[in-house]
Design a protein around this ligand. Structure first.
Ligand SMILES: NC(=O)c1ccc[n+]([C@@H]2O[C@H](COP(=O)([O-])OP(=O)(O)OC[C@H]3O[C@@H](n4cnc5c(N)ncnc54)[C@H](OP(=O)(O)O)[C@@H]3O)[C@@H](O)[C@H]2O)c1
Length: 271
């Protein structure tokens, strides 16, 4: 990877939401770089498939079936790392769920509660149980947020709120942990071609099933995972992934209505 030293070799890295999408690809790329992996998600069969590919690449892998909305399952992820490998160097809080519905069309507000519980509290639970071990290893916590964690996005009220919550939590924690030598890296991807939107919760509480996004025109999952690996190895503070995201955040400082229009257009055009 870009000629730099491989800083993932022999690191014990726990990834939530590793059964598919960005988490699964991150696992495969880290396996190829010699990391020791703890892979967590709810779907054990899919997790075993990802684990098998990682083992073929030579990695030691432990699989933990976990729903990150439950604190005891998050505790089990960390316990899985410590039991198998005796330490934990990096926790990647990647598990996430999204929605695609205007707020006024939603009748059942538990949709928003569930998204907050998975995206935000899941990261809080995992981080809390991981911290004693990350202090020992002077390790790293990674939060996979979204551009919707930096700015509002129509059809994404509850999702955007959960990702903004992650930002507030991890930006505060970064300051608290500085003296302990534990790093915090925040990742803000734009659209990435995974199955997340087929599973996005619609206004009726059911998955919308067909992605409204032109999946062939957005960032590939391989490219996204490569950028995350680089950011982890460099212990970067944060990565805003797309040029549109970077320009939008700059404009937000003095012309916030412009980024509102950019977000509206992105949703309407699906890219
Ligand atoms: N794709 C994008 O365009 C995009 C853009 C910005 C940010 N992101 C963020 O990137 C992260 C990964 O998204 P993705 O696109 O890879 O989505 P994905 O393909 O749908 O994968 C989501 C992963 O999270 C896991 N997960 C969902 N709910 C969970 C729960 N309650 N407990 C444990 N694991 C759970 C899923 O596994 P199980 O179903 O097996 O539990 C799966 O492994 C998310 O945080 C998402 O918000 C994605």
């Amino acid at each position: 990877m870009n000629g730099e030293a491989n800083r993932s070799r022999d690191k014990v890295i726990a990834i939530t939401g590793a059964s598919k999408g960005i988490g699964a690809e991150l696992a495969r790329q880290l396996a190829a770089r010699g990391a020791k992996l703890v892979l967590a998600a709810r779907n054990e069969k899919e997790l075993e498939g990802v684990a098998a590919a990682c083992r073929t690449a030579g990695a030691s892998v432990v699989v933990v079936r976990a729903d990150v909305a439950l604190e005891r399952d998050c505790q089990a992820i960390v316990a899985g790392a410590v039991t198998a490998f005796g330490r934990l160097d990096v926790l990647v809080n990647n598990a996430g769920a999204t929605m695609w519905a205007r707020f006024e069309d939603i009748r059942d507000l538990s949709i928003l509660e569930r998204i907050m519980q998975v995206n935000y509290m899941g990261a809080v639970y995992c981080t809390s149980h991981a911290l004693p071990y990350l202090r020992e290893s002077r390790g790293l916590v990674v939060g996979i947020s979204s551009l919707a964690g930096k700015t509002g996005v129509p059809t994404r009220t509850g999702y955007s709120a959960s990702k903004h919550a992650m930002t507030g939590f991890f930006d505060s924690l970064r300051i608290e942990l500085e003296d302990a030598g534990v790093g915090v890296t925040m990742i803000y991807p734009g659209f990435v071609a995974t199955g997340i939107r087929e599973n996005a919760t619609g206004p009726d509480g059911k998955p919308i099933q067909v992605s409204p996004v032109k999946e062939g025109e957005v960032m590939s999952v391989e490219d996204c995972a490569r950028r995350i690996v680089t950011a982890m190895e460099r212990r970067e503070r944060e990565v805003v992934m797309t040029a549109r995201g970077k320009i939008g955040l700059f404009l937000k400082l003095f012309a916030p209505a412009v980024i509102d229009r950019m977000a509206k257009r992105a949703i309407e055009e699906g890219r």
